[in-house]
Design a protein around this ligand. Structure first.
Ligand SMILES: [Zn+2]
Ligand SMILES: [Zn+2]
Length: 348
């Protein structure tokens, strides 16, 4: 049995780089040699044992990745050895009400690579038959690097978010949070027609990056009142759309007060389990607000993310501030937690 290096979860705050067996594939599966894997906020939660899905001891984590197909089961069609690919890690059932509606991202059963299945912080990852049947494996255009391709996974969720935010040409859009997700939303809001994008973020260096990405106004809510700043820019109306790209109840309460009557608020960031918010329901009632959320992506969103990244319409390269060897997975996760840098990519 061939061995490989992998980042294995052994319980809260216990992640170890171990020598494990290279996964074996069935005749309906493929094996991918991982070239790049992104560190996500979810990995931070898993590391601390605080993720909504209980991750078993012994699990290889990592769900944002790209690599080369190195082995193809003989019943697999359309995939070949040598293909450069990225993979949507969520597997949907195809039979529940939400799948029938095409909303496969909110499927009732959505086991995911890196949570319930071994993931990609490893030299090799097995792509289960269900992922292949779901259409989750995407060949990379030649010009898309492995590093960029690895982070098309969060971009796909942002594409889903942008499409659920009712952005119309000329709209004023508020993005709460200027981390990697907020910066993806900033770029997408412009692509989907926003006339002006306002980014709210408490880290000064991130506000600078948001300006480089074309934010029309940046606000540090610790220094100025976000709601006032947005109203000042919009003749007192408020923004057409607000996207909350952080998982903080207070940020949601604030975002709801930044939008005009009839505006849309999209809760994109997940909050800690058991969170609650306090708002005057009349803001929604009299204002006819649309309050929605976004979770994950469908294969279509991932396909679109790959396309937007390869055409350069969404720039992912400047978001990758750290490329680290697999052995430094814990460092990368802790950096992510401290908000040091933007996107951290591991190279096995
Ligand atoms: Zn993620
Ligand atoms: Zn389903």
């Amino acid at each position: 049995m061939n061995k490989m290096k992998a980042v294995v979860y052994r319980g809260p705050e216990r992640l170890a780089v171990e020598e494990v067996d290279v996964p074996e594939i069935s005749s309906q599966e493929v094996l991918v040699k991982v070239k790049a894997a992104g560190v996500c906020g979810t990995d931070v939660r898993i590391y601390h044992g605080r993720f909504r899905v209980p991750v078993k001891s012994g699990r290889i984590i990592g769900h944002e990745f790209s690599g080369d197909i190195v082995e193809v089961g003989k019943e697999v069609e359309g995939l070949a050895v040598g293909m450069r690919v990225t993979v949507r890690p969520i597997m949907h059932c195809g039979r529940c009400l939400y799948c029938l509606q095409g909303r496969t991202n909110i499927c009732l059963s959505r086991p995911t690579l890196g949570y319930e299945y071994d993931g990609a912080f490893a030299e090799y990852v097995r792509i289960p038959v269900q992922a292949i049947r779901n259409g989750n494996v995407f060949e990379l255009p030649e010009n898309l690097s492995y590093e960029e391709a690895a982070i098309t996974e969060p971009l796909a969720a942002c594409v889903n978010g942008a499409e659920r935010s009712n952005i119309k040409p000329g709209d004023t859009v508020v993005i709460v949070g200027g981390g990697p997700i907020g910066l993806m939303h900033l770029q997408l809001a412009k692509l989907y027609g926003a006339g002006r994008v306002i980014v709210s973020e408490i880290k000064e260096e991130r506000l600078k990056v948001a300006e480089d990405f074309g934010a029309d106004l940046t606000v540090n809510p610790l220094e100025e009142d976000l709601v006032n700043s947005v109203k000042n820019l919009t003749q007192g109306y408020g923004a057409d759309v607000a996207i909350v790209a952080v998982g903080a109840p207070t940020a949601i309460e604030q975002a709801i007060r930044t939008v005009r009557k009839g505006g849309t608020v999209n809760l994109f960031g997940g909050c800690p389990t058991g969170s609650s918010i306090t708002i005057d329901p009349n803001i929604i009632h009299y204002g006819e607000l649309i309050v929605t959320g976004t979770s994950g992506s469908t294969p279509y969103h991932h396909w679109k993310a790959v396309r937007l990244a390869s055409t350069g319409q969404v720039k992912l390269r400047p978001l990758i501030t750290h490329v680290l060897p697999l052995e430094r997975a814990v460092d990368a996760i802790l950096m992510k937690e401290r908000g040091e840098g933007l996107k951290h990519v591991l190279k096995p």
